[in-house]
Design a protein around this ligand. Sequence first.
Ligand code: ADP
Length: 174
Amino acid sequence: MVRAFFPGSFDPIHYGHINIAKRASRLFDELIVAVYDRPLKNMLFLPEERLAMVRHVFENEPKIRVIGYRGLTVDACRHNEAQVIVRGLRVFSDFEYEFRMALANRRLGPDIEMIALITAEEHTFLSSTTVREVASLGGDISSMVPNYVANALRRRFKELGEGQTLVPESSLRD
Ligand code: ADP
């Protein structure tokens, strides 16, 4: 039995993530989608809100289990008996970051393999930052995120105040 672990911030989850998770779930016996609860960047949604959205998205996927985690990814893998880390790759800048992360993770957990799936062409441009930015400006995000997530974004930006365009700080590669 091979169990894979797909970690991410998912702030919020979008169709690029969903595509990677569904494809990975076909390759392994079980896929754990793991929502990291303390990334080193400002988040729009709380860990429990991100977790609830991811859970909702995959509720009808029997091979996908959703959990929250904190601390080192390799420790969470061991704890959940996952042998493989799955990541998604969009552009060259992703590669550099993922390459560094993969080597660091290998040093910390040589028993855990990392595989990266190349994004589907139609999701190449898609990132949580883009989704947040378009949503904050009232743009149409229906092709980027499921309805449930779009509604959560609308509510959040309404709470934050009409016309506000401030999007939490993020890196270019996000
Ligand atoms: P993190 O903060 O850990 O990078 P993200 O939620 O931004 O978390 O991304 C989780 C994973 O999904 C990363 O491997 C990222 O490269 C991948 N990913 C993000 N957007 C896309 C996309 N449009 N297509 C494929 N993979 C993606």
